[in-house]
Design a binder for this molecule. Structure first.
Ligand code: SF4
Ligand code: SF4
Length: 79
């Protein structure tokens, strides 16, 4: 599986939580945002985006963000 450095642009985040839903569905088979490896905290009009230590940098959450708040940058393959 490819690895990506995930860059977040919180200013673009709407707080829709699609990223958390897809991550939790893939890795826990449940649509439960609290079980996701990406965390979006909504603080009034601002969003804070972070990742847990379990994040394996697969980039799937990026592929499902409709608002351009996440970006994936390929990591060089380790030998
Ligand atoms: S990062 Fe993208 S998918 Fe996740 S809550 Fe923000 S806008 Fe939605
Ligand atoms: S990169 Fe993969 S493991 Fe990490 S938060 Fe996104 S979907 Fe989950």
């Amino acid at each position: 599986m490819n690895k990506f450095k995930i860059e977040a642009t919180p200013e673009r985040c709407t707080g829709c939580l699609i990223c958390q839903l897809v991550c939790s569905e893939i890795y826990t088979k449940r649509f439960n945002p609290s079980m996701a490896r990406i965390k979006v905290d909504i603080l009034g009009v601002d969003c804070l985006i972070s990742f847990t230590e379990e994040c394996n940098e697969c980039g799937v959450c990026v592929d499902h963000c409709l608002y351009g708040a996440l970006k994936k940058i390929p990591r060089e393959k380790r030998k």
